[in-house]
Design a protein around this ligand. Sequence first.
Ligand code: FES
Ligand SMILES: [Fe+2]
Length: 341
Amino acid sequence: MTPWNPALMRSWFVVARSRQIGNKPFAVTLLDRPLVIARDRQSGLMALDDCCPHRHVPLSLGRMTDEGLQCAYHGWTFGSDGRCVSVPGLMPSACSPFAQVGTVGVMEHDGLVWVKLDDRQSTQDGTLPAFLQRLPPSGLRFVWQSTWRARAVDALENFLDAQHTHFVHAGLVRSGQRRNVVEATVTTSQGSLQVDYRGQPTQSGWLYRLFESPREVERAHFCSRAAGTAQLEYRYQDGSALYFTLHFSPIDKTHVRVHGTLHVENRWAPSWALRLIAWLFLRRVLVQDQAIVEAQRENKERFGRNEGLSTELDLVKPALDEIWVSSGSPCSELSIVRMLV
Ligand code: FES
Ligand SMILES: [Fe+2]
């Protein structure tokens, strides 16, 4: 199986919700690397390889003490820098072994825990792309998580692609045979991608008819600094806004952990109504997407295929390939594509 593109090691991925990391260590796997996330009583979050250097028991079976993360087998304890700080039972005169567990970058943002496998660079919040930094903290917010048997890059392309909605989400997102001319402006720069759609202030499906109003901005975002994350931004003529963000974090080549958030700004509807109705509709859309990208993954394996044929409608593929497979053709700075949507 082909190895992961090394550029992915320098990227932030969502591995859990903040509230999932409490007193107990939490096991996750990102890009085939098993990790344990824990909340250190002194220094906040810690993220280590999930393997004790003594007899290789998973550290995620352990517990938190005042000193750090204590292994469940013989009690060796590790600080947030991965160093062993205690070996129970050793006489004070005995020399304790130098033991170090591998660490990775970890931080919290928007109620989610983010991990970067290459720990050499700063773990500051500022390294996340701007479209994630400006999410409204006070707005209504919903979070959802699942695991798909799919490839992360396929799931990302699916989320950012408009052309499948007529077929996979017929009726929900778009209905009817009639298509309109839409202009998509694709801007790429330093690993980030933005697509601005013009020409469809309204949409024909139930999602739009029930929950939206005429749009002023319809924009898609992606950035290699958070290579599993993509966002659809909708701004409305009445001053409200929706940000639908999906975070795809590969467990291995065939499983991807999915976290989804919906941020709602300046919307009249009470949160219970949005939760009950809008969020339920969106989840239905996600189930449809899950089914198609899982079938895609299975069939790629059956036929031993990876790349496919593309047209100019496949707007985001070059930018995704640049970070995920490193084989994409270089992205142009700005391109405008007219399409029927
Ligand atoms: S295996 Fe962890 S302390 Fe022995
Ligand atoms: Fe979709």
